[in-house]
Design a protein. Sequence first.
Length: 139
Amino acid sequence: MITFHFEDTKFEFKRKVLTRKWLKLVAESEIRRVGDIAVIFCSDNYILDVNRRYLEHDYFTDIITFDYCEGDRLSGDLFISVDTVRENSVEYGTDFDEELDRVIVHGVLHLIGYDDHTEEETAQMRAKENYYLSLKELL
């Protein structure tokens, strides 16, 4: 089950049903099943605290993914800073909802097993993001 939570933000997410359907399609396309995925929308300060506390990183980021997957069942926590996503949408000249969807699917792709530590991995991740963003348009 995909659930949505809010920490230290007044952000409201109104596309829950469509996003659940879309992420299930992403999982099935990658031969996976949706387990328990929590999408936690939060502030920059909240995600910074998570980054410091659990990863010992002292910087802001748009998403932190905690992977609890077992076998082909996708489970995890996706902490998403709405503040950073908003800033990135301005910086990259994209629509906020599109940037948010990109970050959400990025987190799910991490749960599936994709990484972005090298240039090659980053290119593959971006291609997958673009592909799944285009599929969402068809729903």
